[in-house]
Ligand binder design. Structure first.
Ligand code: RUB
Length: 309
């Protein structure tokens, strides 16, 4: 396949959500950049750089909220060679090390986060997060008797993917509609969700509905834990940038929207949970209070701070 077609195909899968979830999007983008670099026929370093920039742009243009995508692409395209073959080797090895470290991060988050889960706990989760599921599955594998309540996560029903994964792991699960969260919250010991973005101030951007769940948990005095690799933290928020919330098509919510003349459907894909509703963010470098997010960005992702592009 032509290298650009391969990138376009990956971009289309991300846009249509065939590939979804912040971690998997980042891994798919890194793999796509690796394969692009591998197949790219460039006569000069200038041409190589510009083609790499173009491919990155195609992938970045898919899902506007996911900082995992821009962090992954930034890590993969970090090279300063003036030789095409050396630059190509750098992109390939950067991509491979990103994919590998991302997979190890999820395992480590599972080990760290599962220490917060006690035997007999009921855990509520929302959407479908590999990092959150790593915490849950690690707790289960370590012999703790747990039960999970999973929300449907309308309109795309990622909760159905979650219950399928929990079923395979043999974990007792209950499925609820999103609006039943308050009704069950008094039975929940801890909420565990993933992250699309964590800001410098420790706020969480995650699947629409997360903020309502956090509010409910706060009111019921139920712990609220976020499971997130450090590349979900957004360097640009230190520079004052706001996170763009993706608005998806009306047909995801109301397939026969054309029957209604005076109705506008709003379909924001993510919402913002204030840091004050979050007890803990569990990353691969440790479990931190949300107030420490600034330090994670500065120490792990600091490149943006002096580049201000
Ligand atoms: C997915 C979502 C997930 C985060 C974290 O949204 O909000 O909670 O991306 O997932 P969508 P992970 O389905 O719209 O992509 O921990 O797997 O990165």
């Amino acid at each position: 396949m032509n290298p650009t077609d391969q990138v376009m195909e990956t971009a289309q899968k991300i846009r249509s959500m065939e590939i979804r979830g912040a971690g998997r999007i980042a891994i798919a983008a890194a793999a796509s950049m690796r394969d692009f670099a591998l197949a790219l026929d460039a006569g000069s370093i200038e041409q190589f750089n510009s083609e790499i920039g173009r491919a990155a742009g195609i992938l970045l243009d898919t899902r506007p909220t996911a900082v995992s995508l821009s962090n992954a692409i930034r890590m993969v395209t970090k090279y300063d060679s003036t030789d095409v073959e050396a630059a190509r080797r750098s992109v390939i090895s950067n991509a491979e090390s990103f994919i590998d470290s991302s997979q190890r991060a999820v395992e480590r988050i599972g080990r760290i986060g599962s220490r917060r889960i006690r035997d007999g706990y009921t855990i509520l989760t929302h959407c479908n997060s590999m990092a959150a599921l790593s915490v849950i599955s690690t707790a289960h594998r370590s012999g703790k008797g747990i039960r999970v309540i999973a929300t449907e996560s309308r309109p795309r029903y990622q909760g159905i993917t979650t219950i399928g994964m929990l079923e395979e792991l043999g974990i007792q699960t209950e499925l609820i509609v999103d609006s039943a969260v308050r009704s069950v919250m008094n039975d929940v010991d801890i909420v565990v969700v993933g992250a699309d973005v964590i800001t410098a101030g420790g706020s969480l951007v995650n699947k629409i509905g997360t903020a309502q769940i956090a509010l409910c948990a706060h009111e019921a005095r139920t712990s609220f834990m976020v499971a997130a690799e450090t590349y979900k933290f957004s360097p640009r928020t230190i520079l004052g940038e706001m996170v763009t919330i993706e608005e998806r098509g009306a047909e995801e919510v109301l397939p026969d929207i054309s029957r209604y003349k005076n109705v506008r459907v709003r379909n924001p894909a993510f919402d913002v949970t204030p840091h004050s509703y979050i007890d803990l963010i569990c990353t691969e470098v440790g479990a931190i209070p949300p107030e420490m997010s600034y330090l994670i960005i500065k120490e792990r992702l600091g490149w943006e701070l002096d580049e201000e592009s």
